[in-house]
Design a protein around this ligand. Structure first.
Ligand code: 3PG
Length: 472
């Protein structure tokens, strides 16, 4: 029997769908799962009648693969990934290639690339976004590692990826853990946009008294605009329209208000802090999830801490698409992308990843969770100026900021007056206002530091380092 082109370890929903995707694109496959029962269920179910075979153990798995072997691991990030690498390594031969398609921490991937490449195996750390449907129909993929390893799988990945007007949603990201780093930041941006849409929903529901279908109509309208047309707005509309079949009540209203997380949003914020990148919108979304999980405390505090007496808040009307609220959503979404891209730029310099910013925007245009029409503008902005320091100052984005800032300010001020939390909107407003301020008050911070700790300061009227005896 001829050897298969491609091997998959880990038959979770993402693994299953990726192997079906590979097979559909002409790559015969072998699958291995820790429990063979799962393999059998898959082969007799979605895998039936396809060029996909199973293996009971790793020896059989590698024996069924053509050389050099191309093996995708879709297992839990962390210790489980290390365990699989350790188990399969004795069966690998020079030139064989392991691909980690999970959400691994990029520093783990750095270590694994160095470790595996030193044994003459290839190793690719690849971010995969698109959820279960994307994995099956065409995800966005962010592979990092050596260029030689990428070249060995390029033809397969370009066929499997989502396709947009200017090509497949996959490209060589860069060395080491760069692929997983880019996926981590992708998820940080995703956290931001999810929280932004949740804040808009909360204001429309609690301040304007709109029901699920009315809010969904606004989402539908926003999704028809260039600025907000995106997968996340599209699924928000779908979520808001879904009714419980038993009583017709919106399912969203029955969901516990505690958001989970698997780590990538946290890693984005930690990396930003380490690299000195400013990501307040993304941080606010992460903190929103942390605060949401404190349900018992919040319920207790609700009866003790009183907000201002509720007033009305002008968020626009149904007919103008809730114009000021749309301004807030657009500018906060732009802030989330701008902060993520800025973090990528800093990481690229720090870790020598040589990230190609227009290409990253391009591969996010299809298949992934943050796909949106804005990404074409982001791609254009970095094509126009490959060294762009911040998206906000690109001419198209600057025009958006200048036009929509009053709307964002109005929403944040109004939300504060009625006592509604809008962490991403307010962080984005502060982010933009800080970024557009040539002289910030940190001169006074420097004075205080010098006063109590002789930390010295620079002056704007002469060169040098200065200290003042502040308290005579
Ligand atoms: C994922 O990569 O699984 C999701 O896109 C985001 O993860 P989380 O919201 O569960 O952290």
């Amino acid at each position: 029997m001829s050897k298969a082109h491609f091997g998959l370890i880990g038959l979770g929903v993402m693994g299953e769908n990726l192997v079906l995707n590979a097979e559909r694109n002409g790559f015969s496959s072998v699958v291995y799962n820790r429990t063979f029962a799962k393999t059998e269920t898959f082969l007799n179910g979605p895998g039936i009648g396809k060029s996909i075979r199973g293996a009971k153990n790793l020896q059989e798995f590698v024996d069924k693969l053509e050389r050099p072997r191309r093996i995708l691991m879709m297992v839990k990030a962390g210790a489980a990934t290390d365990a699989v690498i350790e188990q399969i390594s004795p069966f690998l031969q020079e030139g064989d290639l392991l691909i980690d398609g999970g959400n691994s921490a990029f520093k783990d991937t750095e270590r694994r690339v160095a470790q595996l490449e030193s044994k003459s195996f290839g190793y690719i750390g690849m971010g995969v976004s698109g959820g279960a449907k994307g994995a099956l129909e065409g995800p966005s993929m962010m592979p990092g590692g050596t260029k030689a390893s990428y070249d060995a799988i390029e033809s397969m990945l370009t066929k499997m990826a989502a396709q947009v007007e200017d090509g497949p949603c996959v490209t060589y990201i860069g060395p080491g853990g760069s692929g997983h780093f880019v996926k981590t930041v992708h998820n940080g941006i995703e956290y931001g946009i999810e929280q932004i849409l949740a804040e808009a929903y909360d204001l429309m529901k609690r301040v304007c008294g709109m029901n699920g279908d009315q809010i969904a109509d606004i989402m539908g309208y926003w999704n028809s605009t260039e600025e907000l047309s995106s997968y996340l707005v599209e699924i928000t509309e779908a979520c808001l329209r879904t009714k419980d079949s038993t009583d017709g009540i919106n399912v969203v209203e029955k969901i516990m208000d505690k958001a989970g997380q698997k780590g990538t949003g946290l890693w984005t914020v930690v990396s930003a802090l380490e690299l000195g990148a400013s990501v307040p919108t993304i941080y606010a979304s992460l903190n929103g999830r942390v605060m949401s999980s404190m349900k018992t405390q919040r319920l207790k505090a609700e009866s003790i801490l009183k907000g201002p007496p509720v007033k009305t808040l002008d968020l626009g009307s149904f007919d103008d698409g809730m114009a000021p609220l749309m301004d807030a959503v657009v500018l906060s979404t732009i802030s989330s992308y701008a902060q993520g891209m800025e973090l990528l730029r800093k990481a690229s310099n720090e870790y020598n990843y040589k990230l190609n910013m227009p290409s990253i925007a391009q591969i996010w245009k299809g298949g992934c969770i943050i796909r949106s029409r804005l990404l074409s503008r982001i791609q254009d902005a970095y094509r126009l100026d490959s060294k762009l320091t911040n998206l906000l100052i690109d001419p198209w984005f600057a025009e958006q900021v200048n036009r929509r800032l009053p709307g964002l300010a109005k929403v944040v001020a109004g939300a504060a007056e009625v006592g509604m939390p809008v962490p991403c909107f307010s962080s984005s407003l502060d982010y933009i206002n800080s970024y557009r301020t040539g002289r910030l008050p940190q001169n006074l911070v420097q004075a205080m530091r010098d006063c109590f700790g002789s930390h010295t300061y620079e002056r704007i009227d002469m060169d040098g380092v200065f200290h003042t005896d502040w308290i005579k």
